[in-house]
Design a protein around this ligand. Structure first.
Ligand SMILES: *Cc1c(COP(=O)(O)O)cnc(C)c1O
Length: 239
């Protein structure tokens, strides 16, 4: 049974957010906690929403399609955090408010086109592969700077910022340079006015490394297992 476990986990996560923000001289209110609910049954998601979670992240369109109808009574912001296939764009835009995983110019153009058709103005993050791991999606730094002049005029998108996934590491200090690099890329883009409005947001940090991500400027952390672990052992992916 899950009684109280999600509440306890959430309290711990919020305390860590507070401490990390304080360490960096930031306000904890600058950090949006996106509760990642992939593999989490809808009853557990509802429990988290009743405990005050306002932002939910799924990495697959299909799972959003299955769960979101049951969450209709809640005011929540729905984030797509996983790779988006071009043939799922229309569905994704009908389900999600914010897309964290714009990882190519072609995808951005497709999302822009369909958003226009649907009369939507989705918030988007551009995903960068800062660590250069071949297993990770996203623009390289150089590709992103080359693409930016074609990304910024996409009038139906609301560019919020940059997103990255850090490599798995035993010690979260090892991934600090990845988070720092993303922040520096954002600052450089803004200094050179690549986008009409400055990109403010940084989506970075997961269960294992969000404290360091916050210290390096994360505005959106994507936390799954740290919130939902042990809340229902049978349907949870092993950590
Ligand atoms: C699963 C996932 C997360 C959350 O991972 P945890 O380690 O469970 O916190 C964050 N971002 C993306 C893109 C994910 O797929």
């Amino acid at each position: 049974m899950s009684h109280g476990i999600i509440e306890k986990n959430l309290t711990e996560v919020k305390e860590l957010i507070r401490q990390s923000a304080q360490k960096a001289g930031r306000s904890p209110e600058e950090v949006t906690l996106v509760a990642v609910t992939k593999f989490v049954p809808v009853e557990r998601v509802i429990e988290a929403l009743r405990l005050g979670v306002t932002d939910v992240g799924e990495n697959r369109v299909q799972e959003g399609l299955q769960k979101f109808p049951a969450l209709a009574e809640f005011h929540l912001t729905r984030h797509l955090i996983g790779h988006l296939q071009k043939n799922k764009v229309r569905q994704a835009l009908q389900l999600f408010d914010i897309i964290h995983s714009i990882d190519s110019l072609e995808l951005a153009q497709r999302v822009n086109q369909i958003a226009g058709e649907l009369g939507l103005n989705p918030g988007v993050f551009f995903q960068l592969n800062v660590s250069g791991e071949s297993s990770k999606q996203g623009f390289s730094r150089d590709d992103f700077f080359s693409a930016a002049p074609q990304l910024s005029p996409l009038e139906h998108l609301k560019p919020m910022g940059l997103m990255t996934m850090a490599p798995l590491a035993k010690n979260m200090e090892e991934v600090r340079p990845v988070f720092r690099a993303l922040r520096e890329i954002r600052d450089e883009l803004n200094q050179q006015h690549y986008f009409l409005k400055p990109l403010k947001a940084l989506s970075m940090g997961m269960s294992n490394d969000f404290p360091v991500a916050i210290e390096e400027g994360a505005t959106h952390i994507r936390v799954g297992s740290r919130i939902f672990k042990n809340s229902e052992s049978s349907s949870q992916e092993p950590e």
